[in-house]
Design a binder for this molecule. Structure first.
Ligand code: DC
Length: 228
């Protein structure tokens, strides 16, 4: 049997982590887990229950309700990746809106939320053969991962990518709003007390501001080959 490893991909928002992670998982026959989708689904739940909006956040109520939040991924063979389900409802589209993006970093600062999601993520990866992307995968979720990647790119490049994605799917957004959201999330994600976004000591860093997807993927595949 071939050896299976754990691949942790962390980095700033809209650095193409999920594109690379999906492609890697497909090539290696590994499971892919988008942990940002889990934080987004908890945020959507908090919005639906009026625990959070743009002016207030009732953390206590969300914490008391965490046991009623069930998250699962179900593979969609037409799309080629697993979609996010919140209490058995497909929320893949709702969790990608700008409204969720604006609130998700605040929800992600709550230690009780992180504790719940980290333990679910560790369970999903216990048999290895997994590519997981997020902010704390190489530092907290799988500190022993065989391969850790850290992706970065300029805020402007990332905002342009996110803007194009949202416009392509028909959302009405403006570029300034997206750029502001990207910068604000960088700030909250990097400065929060619990599991801030930092580069793990043993992570390989990629700045893909000017690197094409193909070149990046080839470099990463050769890193995977070394580990296998
Ligand atoms: O990867 P993404 O942009 O969909 O993630 C959304 C937010 O979720 C991100 O701004 C911070 C949070 N997050 C986190 O705190 N830890 C993770 N492992 C993944 C995401």
């Amino acid at each position: 049997m071939t050896k299976k490893i754990t691949i942790a991909i962390d980095g700033f928002s809209s650095t193409g982590k999920s594109t690379i992670a999906k492609q890697l998982a497909k090539q290696l026959g590994y499971i892919y887990v988008d942990t940002g989708a889990m934080y987004r689904a908890v945020t959507l739940y908090a919005m639906q229950h009026d625990y959070i909006n743009e002016v207030s956040f009732n953390k206590e109520s969300l914490i008391n309700d965490l046991n009623n939040i069930s998250l699962s991924f179900k593979f969609n063979s037409d799309l080629g990746f697993a979609e996010m389900f919140l209490n058995n409802i497909n929320v893949e589209k709702e969790i990608r809106t700008i409204e969720v993006s604006k609130l998700v970093s605040q929800v992600s600062t709550v230690s009780e939320v992180r504790k719940k999601l980290v333990s679910e993520q560790q369970e999903m990866g216990k048999n290895k053969g997994i590519v997981m992307d997020g902010r704390d995968i190489g530092t907290v979720v799988f500190p022993d991962a065989e391969l850790k990647l850290f992706m970065t790119a300029s805020a402007d490049k990332r905002a342009k990518r996110r803007y194009k994605e949202l416009i392509d799917r028909g959302d009405k957004v403006n570029y300034e709003e997206i750029l502001h959201n990207v910068q604000e999330r960088d700030r909250i994600d990097s400065t929060r007390k619990d599991s801030p976004l930092i580069v793990a000591n043993d992570a390989v860093e990629f700045d893909n501001s000017d690197m094409g997807l193909k070149e990046q993927f080839e470099r990463i595949l050769s890193l995977v080959d070394d580990k296998l």
